[in-house]
Design a protein around this ligand. Sequence first.
Ligand code: PRP
Ligand code: URA
Length: 209
Amino acid sequence: MSSMVHVSQHPLVQHKLALLRSQVTEPKKFRELVREIAQLLFYEATQDLALAPLTVETPLAPCQGYEVADRIGIIPILRAGLGMAEAIITILPTAHVWHLGLYRDHETLQPVTYYNKLPKEPDIDLSLVVDPMLATGGSAVAAVDILKRWGARRIKFLGLIAAPEGVELLSRTHPDVAIHLAAVDSHLNELGYIVPGLGDAGDRQFGTG
Ligand code: PRP
Ligand code: URA
């Protein structure tokens, strides 16, 4: 696997991932787990953020501190990326969120774009595409294509579960994009679902399907 692919080995991520996969986990708990794992992966994926020094006044004295200097854009792929984006802006409220609507055509498994809320200019330093599932990789590749055409330079992908096929397609098409995951599973089934996976991430978050 490429050195740009990072699969979290953190015990908390692995613990929560098993709960997320379970078919008896209901939507409320599922959403909570998506948020928690997204925050842990975001923490791991942002170790290289630029900092700028600043001075804060404690009740006792001035103190040297830092603030995040990189301007960050979170790009959730609708629908399933919404929970991850919400979790990330909770811990980094200065991040901007730009929604990208993509769905997989059920017959062809090809991504179809139906919504794009990117502003005119890419006034950010780091774009984080978030989507729980990297299956064939078609949606992630389409999202990165859109971001690159828009002018984004530094791009990372944050997902929960991937199939080897999706990791291969995304890293071959966009070798400069770091991929952060909680797991890479066995394979895709004939319907394009990740096995063992967790089922349909959108349906399980929103109680549909
Ligand atoms: C799911 C998932 C990804 C996509 C992954 O979305 O959230 O966006 O499939 O599949 P791929 O790697 O083969 O492109 P889906 O199309 O089910 O849309 P939804 O979130 O609106 O349910
Ligand atoms: N999308 C999902 O939600 N689950 C999969 O297993 C594959 C694509």
